[in-house]
Write a protein that binds this ligand. Structure first.
Ligand SMILES: Cc1cc2nc3c(=O)[nH]c(=O)nc-3n(C[C@H](O)[C@H](O)[C@H](O)COP(=O)(O)OP(=O)(O)OC[C@H]3O[C@@H](n4cnc5c(N)ncnc54)[C@H](O)[C@@H]3O)c2cc1C
Length: 414
């Protein structure tokens, strides 16, 4: 058996940690690629990874104007669930949730998936009806959820106050295999896997123009020069409208700031994710002990990637009734990201009016959970021109009125 000295092991451990910075080659662009993906968030990287892994397309570049995961992927509250109402949504979100179960093994990178269970509190009669309906739909879709009683809620989350004066807890929609994962690690793990397949992950490379000829994509203009490509995937979340404009078409989408905050770290006190949609706040406890709290989206369109005081106040005030212990917590920091919202609160994974340009956007306030499924489906769409998982999420649905209405499951939730 091969023996390693303590120094060799220490050196390897150090290399492994340095690998956070070295894991991917931040390359210089070549002149031409089979496919370019704009945006090194989770969805863009997962798309590239699946293009290589499932479809053998490895001459691929992922262009990022900032740094890996520096958009919404590194700013979200990491809730993973698949308890959506409509069949098309349940299919793609459950595909994603199931891929999260093995992602650390698949990427050989610990993404710290923690299927600790997600509950969505019912605090009005309307919510009870809505969540029971979703639980029945989920049973038919093969998604494991159940509607649970207030006593069961209390036994799962002892710190909760189920007798709040305004909004008592009347039950909850419970998904035991929902949970959280480490957001940066998801981006880093995919980036390393892409790099290992020979793809170029190019940071600090902003796309400033999209070249077309005879209705077909030719390439992109970037801050690092002009690059040709056969296929182009636009996967830029809150900047979708800007990139679509460069490609010469318009998108039915709006960009707004969404924010979140974390408290000082405290001892473990809550080992499930709780969402309270009526008062609009949700909370989980991170591995460091911080209470991770999600707030609302701005009520107006904007590109400000930062938080604002009034949302902090509203969110904390809303949660205190249900979680009185947080009234004594100090809040450490808060931040915002720009999310892209469609009218029916469902994503767009689609071909576009320009041949060989594909678009993936509209995940709004809840796309982290979808990353592995979205990447799987988007890669199939780009490689083959169709995918059973993306069929209903095409741009045509806005012309044909075939909306996938998830405003209850996704409108204000994550
Ligand atoms: C505060 C907050 C909380 C959230 N909570 C949850 C949650 O709990 N659960 C959940 O499932 N989802 C949540 N979300 C939503 C989730 O974060 C997003 O849906 C998801 O991360 C979108 O990933 P993406 O890869 O599409 O976009 P992003 O991660 O934003 O990546 C897009 C990338 O494109 C790059 N880009 C833009 N323009 C250009 C250009 N011209 N050239 C090159 N690159 C460009 C950007 O820099 C960015 O890195 C939350 C979002 C926020 C803001």
């Amino acid at each position: 058996m091969k023996r390693y000295s303590v120094f060799a092991v220490a050196r390897e451990a150090l290399r492994y940690h340095q690998g956070w910075g070295r894991a991917w080659r931040s390359s210089e662009p070549k002149k031409k690629y089979e496919a370019i993906i704009i945006g090194a968030g989770g969805h863009g990287l997962a798309t590239a990874y699946n293009l290589g892994k499932n479809h053998g397309l490895k001459n691929v570049a992922i262009l990022e104007k900032g740094w890996l995961g520096g958009g919404n992927t590194g700013r979200n509250t990491t809730i993973i669930r698949s308890n959506y109402l409509q069949d098309a949504s349940a299919a793609i979100y459950e595909k994603a949730r199931s891929l999260y179960e093995t992602m650390s093994q698949d990427l050989n990178y610990n993404v710290m998936f923690s299927p600790r269970g997600v509950m969505m509190l019912a605090q009005t009669q309307h919510e009870i009806r809505g969540y029971k309906r979703t639980a029945h739909a989920n049973a038919l879709q093969g998604v494991s959820t159940e509607f649970i009683t207030p006593d069961r809620v209390k036994s799962l989350v002892p710190i909760i106050n189920i007798d709040g004066p305004r909004y008592p807890v009347l039950g909850a929609l419970w998904q035991p295999r929902g949970g959280t994962a480490r957001h940066d690690a998801v981006a880093w793990g995919y980036a390393r896997a892409c790099s290992e397949m020979g793809m170029d992950v190019i940071q600090q490379c902003e796309v400033t123009g999209i070249r077309r000829q005879n209705g077909q994509v030719q390439g992109v203009e970037t801050s690092k020069g002009s690059i040709d490509c056969e296929k182009l995937g636009i996967v830029v979340a809150g900047h979708t409208g800007v990139l679509a404009d460069m490609a010469g078409f318009r998108m039915p989408i709006e960009s707004v700031a969404l924010q979140a905050l974390v408290s000082e770290p405290i001892k473990p006190c809550m080992d499930v994710v709780v969402m309270a949609n009526t008062v609009h706040g949700y909370m989980s406890q991170s591995d460091k002990g911080e209470m991770v709290i999600g707030g609302g989206a701005d009520g107006f369109n904007n590109y400000t990637q930062r938080g604002s005081f009034h949302h902090v106040e509203e969110t904390v005030r809303a949660l205190i009734e249900t979680f009185p212990i947080i009234s004594r917590l100090k809040m450490l920091r808060w931040w915002g990201g720009i999310v892209d919202m469609t009218g029916d609160r469902s994503p767009i994974l689609s071909t576009t009016p320009v041949k060989n340009i594909f678009i993936n956007c509209g995940w709004g306030t809840g796309g982290f959970k979808a990353i592995p499924g979205s990447g799987w489906a988007m890669a199939e769409l780009m490689a083959k021109g169709h995918s059973s998982l993306t069929e209903e999420f095409g741009l045509n649905r806005f012309k044909e009125g075939k909306f996938i209405d998830e405003s209850v499951a996704a409108g204000v939730a994550h």
